[in-house]
Structure formats: C-alpha cells, structure tokens
Design a protein around this ligand. Structure first.
Ligand SMILES: NC(=O)c1ccc[n+]([C@@H]2O[C@H](COP(=O)([O-])OP(=O)(O)OC[C@H]3O[C@@H](n4cnc5c(N)ncnc54)[C@H](O)[C@@H]3O)[C@@H](O)[C@H]2O)c1
Length: 335
C-alpha cells in the first residue's frame, strides 16, 4: 500500500465529524480526500472547515471512488448494512462505527462477505484504545489482580440523543451497553453466556413507542464462571459517567471517573471540580488512537485488534440483552 492512505468519511454527525477532523488534522500517513453527508449543507460546511477538496451527499460516490483506499462509516446504525456491503464489494478497507449492523442476520451476512472478499474492517469499540482501559488490560494480562472474577460496568449518558437517532439505534442495549459487553469480553477474556436484563423509561417518555428504555441493567455470566453487572442510562443530568471495575482473586482495578479538568475550585461554600460533559471529551484520545491503529494496520497488513467478528459477538449479546428485557427472562446468548 502506498505511503498515504486516502480516506473518505461518510456521515458527519456527532461522531463522524470527529473522525473527519482527526484524519484531516493529526492521524499520520493519511489524507482526507472526500466527505459525505446526506445533508449536503453539512458536508459543504465540514469540507470547508477541514479544507477537504470534495464533498457529496451521495455515499456511493465515496465508496466507488478509485482514489479512495479506506472509508469511515459513521452514519446511523440502520444504514451500515448497505454501505458495508457496497464498500466491501468495491474493495475498500473499512472503519465502521459500532454497532456493526442493527441485527444478527445482517451482521452474519457482512462477516461472510468480508471473509469472501478478504475485507479489512475495524469496528469503533474505541474504549479498547483509551489509555486507562488499555493499561487495565495490560495489568490484568500481567496477573496484577489474579484471576478476574467480576466485571462491573456503568455507562451513563447525560441525556437522550434526538428521537430520529433513537428510532434507528436498535435500543439502549445495542446502542450503549454494547460498549460494556465488548469491554467485558475483552477484559475478562471470556464470552458472555447468560444475561438477565431489566429496564424502564424514567424520563424520556417518547422511548416507549420504540420499546426502548432510558435506564437498564444486565446481570451477566461468563463461560469462565465469572459474573458481572452493567448499568446503562440516558439520565445522568450531571454529565457523562463511564466507569468500570474488574474484581480479581488478588485485587481490583477501577477505571474512569467524573473529573474533566484536573482542577479543584475552593470557595467558602466548598470544593468543586467540573464533570466530563459528553463522549467527545471523555474519549477524545481513544477516537484518535483507534484511527491511528486502523491506518497502521492497513500499512502493516496486520489485522486490527477489533474486527467485524468482535462487532458480531458484541451485537449478539446486546440483542440477547434486549430479548431478556422485553421477555422478562434470563437468556442464553448462544441460542
Ligand atoms: N463509538 C462511540 O462512542 C459512538 C458515539 C456516538 C455514536 N456512535 C455511532 O456512530 C454512528 C452515528 O452516530 P451519531 O451519533 O454520529 O449520529 P448523528 O445522527 O449525529 O449523525 C449521523 C449523520 O449521518 C448522516 N447520514 C444519515 N444517513 C446517511 C447516509 N445514508 N449517507 C451519508 N450520511 C448519512 C446524517 O445526516 C447525520 O449527519 C451510529 O452507528 C452510532 O451508534 C458511536
């Protein structure tokens, strides 16, 4: 592969904008040659800001462009399937935001197609690249906490995204808990076998018509015999709250906290610090590092550390969690 990897970004919303920004400004050995959003004004604005020569509202124009080596897909989840199929058939290298697709049939079809076309794909489970999570993984591997026996995940968003997003997101387990399910598989080095999930709509009443929840929890049991629980929420009015704890036989690792800038404000009324507002601030480094890894893997020809297979496995667990919540029963994630 040539020295510079030419990229096109499809979908320039809450996350796609940051991928475009990182590629245009700081990911080594890459060039952002085209940006796309169905909203042409948005595409035009981003291309102007990032000094990208071409913009379009047609994603296929990017996928079919022979000068583009890699596509970054950051459109609503329900659109991933068609774009992934097309990109693979046109020989593109692919970075796709999580979840891989909205359902298992689509995800399995994508995995088979990628195998046949030998498509390189990285899925946007950016927590694996966050320096704190990456360090935790190293410490667990080094045996610092003995054998991991319990996983605790908390993922709270400050609010709900817009209704159109919720409608196309697959629900809270597929949209949010999927990050925790991926981290659970990754850090505990075992697959999740059983899940019991519960959920409620506590604040965002419009979610009822999509059978979604804005507050939910899952108790998980791993193949290894370990266990865990995961809380997900859209109701953290105070900010973006992502925490993980791994309990081992000889120690515990905790990851994450609420603090944004490392300062305290001391006044007569007390001591305060600011709180992380949302995901672009908390995972700024991770979004950059995952893209660096993607580009490096294209240059070296080595598989990314998180592929469509991880995307499929985490999606299966998320869908089983949704089933458990809707049917009010414990489910086996393998059947
Ligand atoms: N990894 C993370 O932390 C993280 C965070 C947020 C979102 N996401 C994922 O990223 C994806 C996008 O989410 P978002 O929050 O950025 O959504 P968003 O609604 O903010 O942005 C989506 C953008 O895609 C555009 N779009 C829609 N259909 C398109 C199409 N067919 N072709 C081109 N553009 C199209 C929309 O106009 C919009 O600008 C979702 O899959 C979501 O799950 C991941």
């Amino acid at each position: 592969m040539e020295n510079t990897i030419n990229c096109g970004v499809i979908g320039l919303g809450r996350l796609g904008y940051w991928h475009a920004h990182n590629i245009a400004s700081r990911v080594p050995n890459t060039k952002l040659v085209k940006v796309c959003d169905v909203d042409l004004d948005k595409a035009k604005l981003v291309s102007k800001e990032l000094m990208v020569d071409y913009f379009t509202n047609n994603p296929f124009e990017i996928i079919e462009d022979d000068h583009i080596d890699a596509v970054i897909i950051a459109t609503p989840t329900s659109t991933h399937f068609e774009l992934l199929k097309h990109a693979s058939n046109y020989g593109k290298k692919i970075f796709v935001e999580k979840p891989l697709t909205i359902n298992i049939d689509e995800a399995e079809e994508i995995c088979n197609l990628f195998k046949m076309n030998k498509t390189t794909c990285q899925v946007g489970f950016m927590r694996r690249f966050d320096p704190a999570y990456a360090e935790a993984k190293k410490r667990i591997q080094a045996g610092d906490i003995g054998e991991p026996i319990y996983f605790k995940g908390i993922s709270r968003d400050p609010d709900s995204p817009h209704e159109e997003f919720i409608k196309n997101s697959g629900g809270i387990f597929i949209d949010i808990a999927i990050h925790d399910f991926d981290m659970a598989r990754y850090l505990m080095k075992s697959e999740i076998q059983y899940i019991s999930s519960n959920g409620s709509v506590l604040k965002h009443l419009f979610m009822e018509k999509y059978n979604d929840a804005d507050q939910a929890s899952s108790y998980i049991e791993f193949e290894s015999g370990a266990a865990g629980d995961i809380e997900v929420s859209r109701n953290a009015y105070y900010g973006y709250d992502i925490r993980t704890e791994i309990i081992g036989t000889e120690g515990t690792i905790t990851i994450g906290g609420l603090r944004y800038h490392n300062i305290n404000i001391l006044t007569k009324s007390g001591k305060t610090h600011d709180i992380l507002p949302n995901f672009p601030e908390r995972f700024k480094d991770a979004y950059y590092l995952e893209m660096v890894h993607f580009i490096e893997s294209l240059k070296t020809g080595q598989k990314p550390i998180v592929t469509e297979i991880d995307g499929l496995k985490a999606l299966k667990v998320s869908i089983k969690a949704t089933e458990s919540y809707l049917e009010k029963k414990k489910v086996n994630s393998y059947h």
